[in-house]
Design a protein. Structure first.
Length: 252
């Protein structure tokens, strides 16, 4: 990446498949580091995926083991449609496969999904409800998130992942009952940035118990402006600049 502001756009025109693959892998490694910067994933309880631009039924993710704050591109593995290791070395996070593969299979528009257990999103999920437009950031998800009302918090099969994908539908995010938050995006940057915003929305809901939502029309107006340039990508770029600095650190 020549400049972190490049993440505020998502134009693959002119890139070769190899260049696009490298971009996605860099974003995945940076994404894990951003999770760590927010003090999430210390127990390895999260994952970020990136669909391969050529092998579209396969996706890249961090192998099981490395600390998120030290994630490098070399630590990524390519996971196949049957949960097999296609490229890279190391152990595959099987729970991540059960969740990410069905979502990416059901959403050809999606490049990435992000899920990690957090301080506010996980407890909010235990309330088994959706967001209301009570803050500016919550408008990003207005009429654009779903609720997975299922007690299977220990996802142990592709079938369970398919139920999550079905509940997600065509929305940008989903609240997994008693489990936490998950976002999808047309780039890794969009999915990761949207996840950080979603966590902040969950925090606002738990802190502002008597919040008064804005109207649906006002929420739609705000959303149209907030997502114009990719709400998640803008947040991702800002966080890379703030918490990481030189993005090439993940390629060394």
């Amino acid at each position: 990446m020549d400049d972190y502001r490049e993440w505020t756009t998502n134009q693959p025109a002119g890139r070769t498949a190899e260049q696009e693959r490298e971009r996605r892998k860099i974003e995945v490694a940076l994404g894990y580091r951003l999770l760590a910067a927010n003090r999430w994933g210390d127990a390895g309880d999260g994952h970020i995926s990136a669909r391969d631009p050529e092998r579209r039924d396969c996706f890249w993710m961090l192998r099981y083991g490395p600390s998120y704050h030290q994630a490098h591109v070399r630590d990524l593995v390519l996971v196949g449609p049957n949960g097999e290791l296609v490229l890279g070395e190391g152990i595959i996070n099987v729970a991540a496969y059960y969740i990410h593969y069905p979502i990416l299979a059901a959403r050809p528009d999606a490049v990435s999904a992000t899920h990690v257990h957090t301080h506010w999103g996980t407890p909010f999920a235990a309330e088994v409800r959706k967001f209301s437009p009570i803050t500016q950031e919550s408008c990003v998800f207005f009429e654009d998130h779903a609720l997975f009302d299922d007690e299977e918090v220990q996802v142990q099969s592709v079938d369970a992942g398919k139920r999550i994908a079905d509940a997600l539908g065509q929305t940008r995010a989903i609240i997994l009952r008693n489990h936490g938050l998950l976002t999808v995006g047309d780039s890794v940057a969009e999915a990761v940035g949207s996840f950080v915003q979603m966590e902040r929305v969950a925090e606002a809901h738990l802190k502002a118990r008597d919040a008064v939502p804005i109207s649906a029309d006002a929420a739609r107006f705000a959303k149209a402006d907030l997502v114009r340039y990719g709400a998640g990508r803008v947040a991702f770029a800002a966080m890379v600049a703030r918490h990481i600095g030189d993005p090439s650190v993940v390629t060394r």
